[in-house]
Design a binder for this molecule. Structure first.
Ligand code: 5GP
Length: 132
């Protein structure tokens, strides 16, 4: 059965899309650490990120870099923090989080933002991504 993230990338389940190409997809985390917290996934379903074959793995990080550049342009912040956890959803993904201090990366501090704010930030990232 397809993972929830495959179904999101396929458009079967709605998401706040931030970026997409042929092989990769980026969308807002539904329980973000900060506004703009983005998940970057390969469309090809692999559970554990270090099981991805080399070319696809390199492509995933190159795509994540572009998304991070777009995210930083869209959301004022000091840095884009990066994390890979993967304990909850068995489909490899990279967390990109706009941060200003170390504690902004504390995964015990999940937040929620209104739908209109999520849609607006995703649209800003998508716009910045389209310029790259
Ligand atoms: P991890 O697998 O890295 O431990 O955590 C999975 C992340 O995916 C969590 O931060 C969680 O909020 C997010 N997440 C789980 N299910 C969904 C979903 O259906 N949609 C979105 N946008 N994010 C999700």
């Amino acid at each position: 059965m397809a993972t929830i993230f495959s179904r999101i990338a396929a458009g079967e389940i709605p998401s706040y899309k931030c970026a997409e190409d042929e092989n990769y997809y980026a969308f807002l985390d539904i329980n973000p650490l900060a506004k703009g917290h983005t998940l970057v996934i390969p469309k090809h379903e692999v559970n554990y990120i270090f099981d991805i074959e080399d070319e696809e793995y390199k492509g995933l990080w190159a795509f994540a870099k572009k998304v991070a550049v777009a995210l930083k342009a869209a959301v004022p912040c000091e840095r884009i923090g990066v994390a890979v956890i993967g304990l909850e959803v068995p489909h490899a993904h990279i967390h990109l989080v706009p941060i200003n201090k170390e504690s902004d990366m504390d995964f015990r501090n999940k937040k929620q933002f209104p739908a209109d704010e999520m849609a607006a930030v995703a649209a800003r990232v998508l716009e910045e991504f389209s310029k790259l």
